[in-house]
Design a binder for this molecule. Structure first.
Ligand SMILES: Nc1ncnc2c1ncn2[C@@H]1O[C@H](COP(=O)(O)OP(=O)(O)OP(=O)(O)O)[C@@H](O)[C@H]1O
Ligand SMILES: [Mg+2]
Length: 275
């Protein structure tokens, strides 16, 4: 398959790019409700038009799982069983029902992982160990993180090669970003020196307010090379799609929100997602 994203599929036979090991991308920001799940789900859907994608849901809220119409707490193994070492990631992975898009669903039990992992060895390295065996099967793995910098997000940052941080266009947006940057530095200095910030993506942009464009300008001024060109607008379609169990690409592909996530997928590839 070629050209859906304007690029050759790296796994296609007969030349073109060759990707042997998938990059792991953590979609992270300790702030709640900034668009992490919306970004993880919709990017996964667009990237899966041409790439083999695994979406790993690491949030006990399991919003990424349900946003794709998949049942949470189905009784099948989830990322919880993976983190506590009961099953390998391959056994918790299911098809999303869409070509090339697989999901490792979350379950409510994940909420207890914080406490249970304390007594287990290498508690921050559990996801990293789990994704290792899957890197040859996918072109990219996206991890949807919960809104905290606890052990679950830490597992994602230790497993990740790249971080994608959604930042909501709102007052004091930069304050939360500072804390995230400190955490990234700390992880880089200790557990994962290869961790890189792929970029920040501004979300819920409202062109009618001056605040939105001021926030985008301010974040760009502070992180000129680390802010995506693509800005995700506030879009009712994006907020409705999860309740239909669909990414916006299926729910309303001609909406502005859909176009923005298609652009973001394209920009991600240009920024070196597939190095
Ligand atoms: N661009 C957008 N336009 C309109 N609504 C949006 C947009 N992005 C996200 N939302 C809505 O805002 C809410 C929060 O988004 P989302 O769940 O993606 O954030 P989150 O960072 O994953 O939250 P949490 O921290 O709780 O995991 C959801 O109801 C979502 O549908
Ligand atoms: Mg979320």
């Amino acid at each position: 398959m070629s050209g859906v994203l304007g690029l050759d599929t790296p796994t296609s036979s007969g030349g073109g790019l060759q990707v042997s090991r998938a990059n792991v991308v953590a979609v992270a920001n300790q702030k709640g409700g900034v668009g992490k799940t919306t970004t993880a789900v919709n990017l996964s859907a667009y990237l899966a038009l041409g790439l083999r994608v695994l979406l790993i849901d690491l949030d006990p809220q399991a919003n990424a799982t349900s946003s794709l119409g998949l049942e949470r707490d189905s009784g099948a193994p989830s990322t919880y069983e993976v983190l506590i070492g009961q099953v390998p990631l391959s056994e918790a992975t299911i098809s999303s029902g869409r070509p090339r898009l697989d999901v490792a669903p979350a379950s409510r039990a994940l909420a207890g992982a914080q406490v249970e992992l304390v007594d287990l060895p290498d508690r921050e390295q559990r996801l990293r160990a789990a994704v290792g065996a899957m890197r040859d099967r996918y072109d990219v793995m996206l991890v949807d993180c919960p809104p905290s910098l606890g052990i679950l997000t830490l597992n994602a940052l230790v497993a990740a090669d790249l971080v994608l941080a959604p930042v909501q266009c709102e007052y004091l947006a930069l304050e939360g970003v500072g804390q995230l940057m400190e955490t990234l530095e700390l992880v880089r200095a200790t557990l994962n020196p290869r961790l890189e910030l792929l970029g920040m993506v501004m979300t819920m942009y409202d062109p009618r307010t001056r605040l939105s464009s001021q926030v985008v300008d301010e974040v760009r001024r502070h992180f000129p090379r680390r802010t995506f060109e693509t800005v995700i607008p506030r879009s009712v379609r994006l907020s409705e799609a999860p309740s239909h169990g669909k990414p916006v690409l299926e729910y309303e592909p001609t909406s502005r929100g859909a176009g923005a996530y298609a652009d973001l997928a394209q920009e991600l590839l240009q920024r070196g997602l597939l190095r």
